[in-house]
Design a protein around this ligand. Sequence first.
Ligand code: ATP
Ligand code: MN
Length: 479
Amino acid sequence: MKRTKIIDILKSNELNKEICAKGWVKTRRGNNYVTFIALNDGSTIHNLQIVVDMNRFDESLIRRATTGASMSVTGKLTPSQGSGQNVELAAESIEILGDCNPDEYPLQPKKHSLEFLREIAHLRFRTNLFGAITRIRHAMIFSIHDFFTSKGFVNIHTPIITASDAEGAGEMFQVTTLSMDNPPRTEDKKIDYSEDFFGKATNLTVSGQLEGELAAMAMSDIYTFGPTFRAENSNTSRHLAEFWMIEPEMAFYDLNDNMDLAEEFLKHLIRYALDNCMDDLKFLSQRLTDEEKNKKADERSMELIEKLRFVSDNEFVRLTYTEAIEILRDSKPNKKGQFKYPVTGYGSDLQSEHERYLVEKHFKKPVILTDYPKEIKAFYMKMNEDNKTVRAMDVLFPQIGEIIGGSQREENYDKLVARMKEMNIPKEDMWWYLDTRRFGSVPHSGFGLGFERLLLFVTGMGNIRDVIPFPRTPKNAEF
Ligand code: ATP
Ligand code: MN
């Protein structure tokens, strides 16, 4: 018999129809007369209740339906007597597909710590929590492509292996086929990369932007959605060594257009989650509420769904870096010495604690900061008339800090070359990038959204390791 997914079974109102469900056992309870099995197949957070009349089945068969075992059940859909579901499946035949030894299976029907679940990442998809996160992750991927497609953007694949290291100096993973023990050397004893696979030193990309710009100079509006790699040794709850990034790049956009797009994009994604992932969001929200029940009322964070609505319904605040620095310098935590990195004035790089102060305490709204000092931003950002600041924009979110980083790009060849010289970026390596500024250059802008940072926000999870199936962080590449 053809299998029906549990999400469809639970929506079905065709009672007394014969159907087949397959999945993994969550729990089993009952007595000598009747057994209830909660079955889940990943299609929804909700389980299908299987009702087993023990007069009709061999007890030894039903005893094999332990937590984690997989099974196939056929039977009739009946209205449910119990609370919590409308329909249940009255079993007529049951097949255990795969046993699951309860003495060895690490997932028990109880709450496990997130740390423990990270150690069994190969099994954590089976928890309600990771099921919910995994479905939301997919919904966000879909919504990203949907958003850009509806706006006429073209998705392009940028290379994962790259020879340009202009952006992430020192934070890149090297890609090589040279022998680590005995690499070929040049006369001056340096490693001879001309003998390497690509004939030069190569790394894993930290961003698809530079290649994205090339495509935008013909296609107008493009976006990339690919993996990026950063060997930064920052063991934080917001950094991964391998993460996914969405990078739109738009010809004829100035910084304002760029901010408008970023804001519309984030709101679209959050609304999509609210419209399409409500069952999973409710589960995640309940989880957070339970976690915070011991906190004092004024220490609790905003309820998840309320918070998502709040962000999708309110305008983001826009201000310049210089204005933000003044607010931070005069802020209470700064005066009282409560910031780990005190804000002295113009020129300080903003740390996550400052970003979060602005968003969570001062404005109580997402914030877009613009016009940062050129010294703390990348070479390709367009210089303002003051010759001090660049047309950068960072979107800051509650809990997370920076979720998007972007800018209007410097489209003027001479100015760009001058900036590269100042920052010691060899012009020769970037000839192809500079060519766009020689052949029909136009004002253009773009940004990068860290996909897992978005998911932190939407799911309310606290650690970035829990919103990607198999996190890569320093000293951790199991699975
Ligand atoms: P941060 O200051 O938080 O390290 P960044 O300035 O290095 O961020 P960008 O280079 O502007 O970030 O990258 C664009 C976006 O990619 C960021 O806004 C963020 O959402 C995301 N991002 C950056 N680094 C990481 C990382 N290591 N893990 C996950 N996401 C990241
Ligand atoms: Mn960084």
